[in-house]
Design a protein around this ligand. Structure first.
Ligand code: FEO
Ligand code: CA
Ligand code: CA
Ligand code: CA
Length: 578
């Protein structure tokens, strides 16, 4: 390994080979433990998981949700914090074939209620005893679901006319990636929220703004509107405006309402990565759609002063969208009512209007189209910013270097004077993902070929953890150039040398996502999402055979595949990855 100016090399494990088996593999000398699969009671005394999926909606609301995604570990008890804490994690969406005993041919109100309860966020208190992590009884344990009462804050207030709907504001849906703040709260981000809404009213047509967000009569196929008018676009037209936001949750206050922070814009938020510069809060967020944009929010003044004044640092500030020039420079363009094209004369009523229609505002100022921006991570050693561009059709600019781009890449930028509040930056491409057998521009080999990078996070030592989400229409298929890449994976990069090594390969059909660490970095938590999802390479699962692709992690012929958190430690008790 390359020397790091006398420092020990960052990467100290042997790379794991790719595979397409229904198993999860890690390097020699590492141990794994499956924790909190879907359906686990969030308190040990709670309702037990039933492997035929017959738990009711009310039981699901007391159990860990489905399709684990972004996650953070909040240590508890001072020095105890390496073996006790709150694990807070998102549940992105539901697989209705697996969620209900009889699948989803018929949608009922009870099924909608259970699906809503399987979304959102879980807060579980966990502790390590005798080397094993387990869920503890806790007054802080909590589920936030698609039905939990919420507040709105920032320029789009709860009483805004666009948010007036049949019921009080409630719930968060399609909780993809996440963030956390310097003041100890968790951020959960609403991504493909348009999928939950639809209508059977043939007169209904999407507005221009709705069309820009992909809102359609059929939605994403969940068909909740057939049994619950809350999700009917014609009957309850404003409900959908309550989604598309970053939502703040205080994990230590189980009775506090989650708050939708509207100043951060309304997009298909992948995640929300918070850093600070000159005392101000800076929050980066990607809009994961082919051709959509990267945003950042810069708080007004010191976040500590804002908090001392009783204000949220996420309610007062400026939202920007990124423009990447072909010469390696870039600019942050403000999305502020009255500035540039965002004027009353051009049809922008006020800042709330700009935020409710964030995508159109970004179109108007001339943002740069990207290949599906997913997670964003800030290097703790030098404040450089990295963003995964998972894949896409390829756009007409240097930051989108392949057309099409089936494998994705990671872009990196340095803000002017390393100040993350700056409005200009310089960028380069950190790595092109893919398989050199199909694309000679790829500089990877059997120790690290990967595709469709999605999750991305730095640990405190500066290792860059890369998590992949090859879709199940491509996974392991030669016709997609993915036959050598294997199942989805977790890799680790040294950002200084560019070295990348494969650390983990997941089971079939699953995405690897949601990475978190204990403060001593001796325990790593990672999520395995949607094992058993319909995968072209393995045939379609059906209600009669939900195990067609994968039966991880229980391998119970009577059970079904379940998303779960995997706990990874070193047998010798060392720092994970070192
Ligand atoms: Fe939910 Fe873009 O991943
Ligand atoms: Ca993702
Ligand atoms: Ca993805
Ligand atoms: Ca996902």
């Amino acid at each position: 390994p390359a020397s790091r100016g006398g420092r020990r090399p960052l990467l100290g494990f042997d790379p794991v080979p790719t595979h397409s088996d229904d198993t999860l593999t890690v390097p020699e000398g590492y141990r794994t433990q499956v924790l909190i699969p879907w359906g686990t009671p969030i308190r040990p005394s709670g309702p037990r998981w039933r492997k035929d999926a017959s738990n009711s909606a009310a039981e699901q609301a007391e159990q860990v949700g489905m399709n684990h995604d972004g996650m953070h570990f909040f240590p508890l008890g001072g020095r105890e914090g390496n073996r006790r804490g709150l694990l807070v994690l998102n549940h992105e969406y539901v697989d209705q074939q697996l969620l209900f005993p009889d699948g989803d041919d018929e949608i009922t109100a009870e099924k909608v209620a259970k699906a809503v309860a399987a979304h959102g966020v879980s807060v579980v208190e966990i502790e390590r005893r005798d080397g094993t992590w387990r869920v503890a009884e806790s007054r802080r344990a909590r589920r936030v679901t698609g039905d939990t009462p919420v507040d709105f804050s920032g320029p789009v207030r709860a009483n805004h006319p666009s948010l007036r709907a049949a019921d009080a504001p409630a719930g968060t849906l399609n909780n993809c990636s996440n963030g956390y703040t310097p003041w100890g709260t968790y951020l959960t981000c609403e991504e493909n929220w348009n999928n939950y809404f639809g209508t059977e009213d043939s007169d209904w047509q999407p507005t221009t703004s709705q069309a820009r967000y992909g809102v359609s009569r059929t939605g994403g196929g969940y068909r909740w509107h057939e049994a619950d008018s809350r999700f009917d676009l014609a009957a309850n037209p404003n409900e959908i405006n309550r989604f598309g936001w970053v939502v703040e949750i205080d994990p230590t206050k189980p009775d506090a309402k989650p708050v939708k922070r509207t100043a951060l814009g309304r997009i298909k938020h992948e995640g929300c990565t918070v850093t600070e510069s000159r005392g101000r809060v800076v929050a980066y967020t990607g809009d994961d759609q082919d051709g959509d944009y990267i945003y950042k929010f810069v708080g007004d003044g010191s976040w500590r002063v804002q908090r001392a004044l009783g204000r949220s640092p996420l309610d007062h500030g400026t939202l920007y969208v990124a423009r990447f020039e072909d010469d390696g420079t870039g600019e942050w363009l403000p999305l502020v009512h009255g500035r540039g094209p965002l004027t009353r004369a051009n049809g922008w009523a006020d800042q709330a209007d700009v935020l409710l229609r964030t995508r159109e505002a970004a179109d108007a100022v001339g943002a740069t189209r990207m290949d599906r921006p997913e997670w964003i991570a800030v290097n703790p050693r030098n404040q450089d910013v990295y963003c995964t561009l998972t894949n896409g059709s390829g756009w007409n600019s240097a930051v989108s270097p392949r057309k099409p781009n089936p494998y994705g890449h990671i872009v990196r930028w340095t803000e002017h004077r390393r100040d993350n509040t700056a409005t200009t930056f310089e960028w380069d491409i950190f790595v092109l993902a893919g398989d050199p057998e199909y694309d000679p521009s790829v500089e990877l080999d059997e120790t690290n070929i990967f595709g469709s990078p999605d999750g991305l996070a730095f640990d405190d030592d500066g290792r860059l953890w890369i998590l992949t989400d090859v879709s199940n229409s491509s996974q392991n298929l030669a016709s997609r150039g993915y036959d050598n890449i294997g199942n989805n994976q977790l890799l680790v990069a040294d950002p200084d040398t560019g070295e990348i090594r494969r650390f983990l390969v997941g089971p079939r059909g699953a995405e690897i996502t949601g990475v978190a660490f204990t403060p001593d970095q001796k325990t790593l938590f990672v999520n395995v999402q949607h094992p058993g999802e319909a995968t072209a390479a393995y045939g379609e699962p059906t209600p009669d055979n939900p195990r067609a692709v994968s039966n991880w992690p229980d391998f119970d012929p009577e059970g079904r595949p379940r998303s779960a958190t995997v706990v990874i430690t070193r047998a010798d008790g060392g720092v994970v990855g070192a």
